[in-house]
Design a protein around this ligand. Structure first.
Ligand code: ZN
Ligand code: ZN
Ligand code: ZN
Length: 133
């Protein structure tokens, strides 16, 4: 059985944790973001389990709508200058507590997300030390 990996992510700007221990999704702290759509603004909670990324929000998210995401701590934008390889929407980028980054597509309904390690060997081994198989 593959163990579920819960990602703990930080803001790439202020390095504060984005995990919300008060708002659990699938039993794990969720990733909390401030979001803006063309119609509204609100809060988005993303499931932190890798390859799940279910989410809840307090506003209405249209299917296929691309969102703008901001850090709730420092209010800086979390979109990066990188296009989703599936749908072309911008990507949202976080820093992993263990090192490396996790990027997710900003378009509601697109399932593209991946983990990128800059220093593959050290960061990957730290990642597996922490989350183990
Ligand atoms: Zn989940
Ligand atoms: Zn921040
Ligand atoms: Zn996409």
């Amino acid at each position: 059985m593959k163990k579920k990996i819960s990602l703990h992510v930080k803001c790439p700007h202020c390095r504060k944790s984005l995990m919300d221990n008060e708002h659990l999704l699938h039993g794990e702290p969720s990733i909390k973001l401030n979001i803006v759509t063309p119609e509204d603004r609100g809060i988005l909670y993303i499931c932190s389990i890798y390859e799940c990324f279910d989410h809840e929000t307090n506003i209405k998210l249209l299917k296929d709508a691309a969102i703008d995401a901001y850090c709730p701590e420092c209010n800086k934008e979390l979109l990066v200058n990188e296009e989703c390889k599936i749908c072309g929407a911008p990507m949202i980028s976080f820093v992993l507590q263990t090192g490396g980054r996790v990027n997710i597509c900003a378009r509601n309904g697109c399932s593209n997300h991946y983990i990128a390690f800059q220093e593959i060997s050290t960061e990957l081994s730290r990642f597996y030390e922490e989350f183990g198989e």
